[in-house]
Design a protein around this ligand. Sequence first.
Ligand SMILES: [Zn+2]
Length: 309
Amino acid sequence: MFPPVELPLPPGAGGVARPSGEAGGVTPIAWAGFVGAVSYTFDDANSSQIQNYAALQALGVRMTFYLQTNKSEASSSTWADALADGHELGNHTKSHAMTDDGSDTDAATQFIETTFGVTPLTMAAPYGADGYKAVASTRFLINRGVNNSLIKPDNSDPFSLPCYIPPEGATADTFKGQIDTARSGGGWRVVLVHGFTGGSDSAYQPVALEEFVASVEYAKSLGDLWIDSVLNVGAYWLGHKAFASATTEAEPDGGTKYTWTLPDHFPSGRVLRVTASGGTLTQGGRELTWNELGFYEVSLDDRSLTVVP
Ligand SMILES: [Zn+2]
C-alpha cells in the first residue's frame, strides 16, 4: 500500500473565520486549496532518470515513475529509494506493446509488487494507446494517456488522463507556458518526461536536466501550485468528484447527511478539504476542526459526513 500522505498547506495568512451561517452548504475546495496542481511523470524506466535521480529528489517534490518492467533498469534500487522518498511507482506494462489483453499489464504489477513491495494504483498506457482504457478501468484508479489538456475538477476521463510532453530539447521557458495555464486556468497539468539528454539510452524527446530542474524550480517559486504525484493529486481530484456527486438527506435533528461512493482502487487514508456555509461537521461522531487557512478536512474513507446546526 502507498501510505496516506499529509496534504501540503496552501498559501494564505490564516485567520479565516469559521463559517457561521446556516448549517450545510458543504463545498469541496479544488486542489487542496492551491490555485492549481502539477504532476511530473517519467516513463520507460530510462537510465538517465536513474543517473539523475539525486537531482530530481533534491527538488523536494513528489513525482511519479512509470516503470516498463522487462528492462534491466526496472530492477534498479533507485526505484526503491524513490518509493521510500515518497515518490510514486506506477505501471507502464512489462513489454510496452501497442495492445494488451491485460496479462502484460498484470505482469508489470506483479513485478513491482515482488520487487518493491507496493501495488501500483495508477498506470500510463504505452503510446497512450486507447485499448488500455479498458485494461486500466478494472485494475487501476487512473490511466495516463498522452494527449494534452488542462484537467479541471469536473472534466477529464481518469482512464485517459491528459498530459503534456515537452518537445525534444525543451527549455525551462517551454515548460513555463504549461505551468502558467495550470495557474490561470485553475487546473491540473500533468507533465511527461522520458529522460535527459546525455544519457546512454534512447529516451524519447529528451530534455536537458538543468532546463527541467529550472522549470520545476519556477513552478515551486510561484508558491500557489500543488506539485505532487499523480496518485496524490489524482486521489484528491477523484475524491472531489465523488463528494460533488454525494447524495444528501435531511436528518431529524435538522442536520444534513452527505453520502458518497469512492471509485475502485481508491487509496485509503485520504482527505478532502471543504468549506461550508455553517454548522458543525461530524464524521462517525467526531467533530471536524476548522483550519484557519479556510477549510475542514473530511475523511473520504468514512463515505459520509453530517452537518448539524
Ligand atoms: Zn513509454
